[in-house]
Design a protein around this ligand. Structure first.
Ligand SMILES: *[C@@H]1O[C@H](CO)[C@@H](O)[C@H](O)[C@H]1NC(C)=O
Ligand SMILES: *[C@@H]1O[C@H](CO)[C@@H](O)[C@H](O)[C@H]1NC(C)=O
Length: 406
């Protein structure tokens, strides 16, 4: 009874994000002639992106490529021409109509992990457009979570977006967008994801021991709170990755955490070999053994801005962020993406895992290029009557000490 109730709520939730199939076809008339395989290359995209951003830093990072993929998928639904082709290639999708239907199904499956509802997964997709951007009718039919807000009041717009993100991530991501990042913005495409799972076999607090943490050459570089446990474990040899993999399942869920430990090679070496094929292949040959498991208890947070935009550029999404952007399925007003922000957090403890992430693609009017004008150096000012062409006052501001605050 309880499960049925949850399932019904989930169906309703999905239905409010996206409307029925009958509305989809007329919406995407322009792609009636394109191939409609409905392929969803989310895993391929995710690992490509993860390799890209993780190999560009020597810091620890956490991302939700699924969240990033979803936000760019919203852009894809609004795109046309070459912008659409680039997004299709990078996101691994083909044909808006079938992609839309499969995305909807994928979301439902992700939010209802088989076989039981032991783990919590919830996602949110939302599109915010400025009041002055008239939308194509089909887009608001399609993405029901489309909202018109006043971006000119950028402080308020940031509050609305951050509030929605905070709710969707149960308070784990609170300040996704800075008010100043919305100056001149005309739209924001938003995705958020929240995950909570309890280990099938929890760790015991009394078995947490401070333990040396070493670099790949074996030099001690710090200490972690290691959660130890003697247990029956699923372990895979993964020669394709140069690593061994431990699976830690979440209770009553099809979701597990897979921890990949390099086997005699540097972790960057494993990272370079991390593809969906190599990962899947590695899981095929797992065995159950009694083992001593030691996993650090930790919390990790990551924020990506420009690095993510650069990575998306390198993967092949270039037009979307340029004057060449074609977002004509959203609106006839010329639009382009300007920046992207991604925040993610993960907490791994004795009981299980809590993780959350959010992605915002911030867009602006194309042509009317965004330009910051901050008077933080000496400047001149005129009080000028345009009609009669006379300057009533002229001034120069050279130094803060010259003036008093009003
Ligand atoms: C955008 O793409 C559509 C096809 O999807 C095309 O008809 C239209 O001319 C393109 N617009 C611009 C401004 O490139
Ligand atoms: C998993 O399901 C079993 C049987 O329904 C239940 O007894 C157990 O408490 C559940 N575990 C968690 C962590 O939800």
């Amino acid at each position: 009874m309880g499960r049925q109730y949850i399932a019904v709520i989930a169906v309703v939730a999905v239905a409010t994000i996206v409307s029925g199939q009958q509305n989809v076809a007329p919406c995407f008339q322009e792609d009636a002639n394109t191939k409609q395989s409905g392929r969803l290359g989310v895993e391929e995209f995710g690992m490509n992106l993860f390799r890209e951003v993780a190999s560009n830093t020597d810091k620890s990072i956490i991302i939700s490529a699924y969240s990033i993929w979803s936000a760019f998928l919203l852009a894809y639904f609004g795109s046309g021409g070459r912008t659409q082709q680039q997004l299709e290639r990078v996101l691994g999708v083909e044909g808006k109509t079938s992609t839309f239907q499969r995305f909807k199904r994928l979301q439902f499956l992700i939010e209802n992990p088989f076989p039981e509802d032991g783990a919590v997964v919830s996602t949110m997709n939302k599109a915010y457009f400025d009041q002055r951007v008239p939308l194509k009718k089909c887009i608001s039919q399609l993405i029901h979570n489309t909202e018109h807000i006043n971006f000119r009041n950028f402080g308020n717009a940031a509050e609305i977006i951050n509030q929605a993100t905070s709710e969707a991530t149960r308070g784990k991501i609170t300040n996704l967008v800075e008010p100043r990042s919305l100056i001149g913005a005309t739209f924001v495409l938003l995705n958020a994801i929240y995950f909570q799972g309890k280990w099938e076999t929890p760790f015991k607090t009394r078995e947490i021991v401070p333990t040396d943490f070493k670099d790949s050459r074996g030099n001690v570089i710090g200490q972690v709170d290691m959660m130890y446990s003697q247990r029956q474990s699923k372990i895979s040899q993964a020669p394709a990755l140069g690593a061994e993999i431990l699976e830690l399942p979440y209770a009553n869920s099809s979701i597990s955490m897979f921890l990949i430990l390099p086997d005699g090679v540097d972790v960057n070496n494993v990272l370079r070999r991390l593809t969906p094929e190599n990962f899947q292949k590695s899981l095929e040959k797992h065995f159950d053994v009694q083992s001593l498991v030691g996993v650090p208890k930790f919390k990790l947070e990551t924020t990506l801005n420009n690095d993510l935009k650069q990575a998306m550029n390198l993967l092949g999404v270039t037009d979307l962020f340029s004057g060449q952007a074609n977002l004509t399925s959203f609106s006839n007003v010329p639009l382009r993406a300007d920046s992207v922000v991604h925040k993610a957090v993960v907490e791994v403890s004795e009981e299980g895992t809590v993780a959350a992430a959010a992605t915002a693609i911030i867009g602006t009017r194309s042509g009317g290029r965004r330009k910051n004008m901050v008077f933080d150096k000496p400047f001149i000012f005129l009080i000028h009557d345009k009609q009669i062409g006379v300057s009533l006052f002229t001034g120069i501001f050279r130094h803060p000490d010259d003036v008093t605050t009003v």
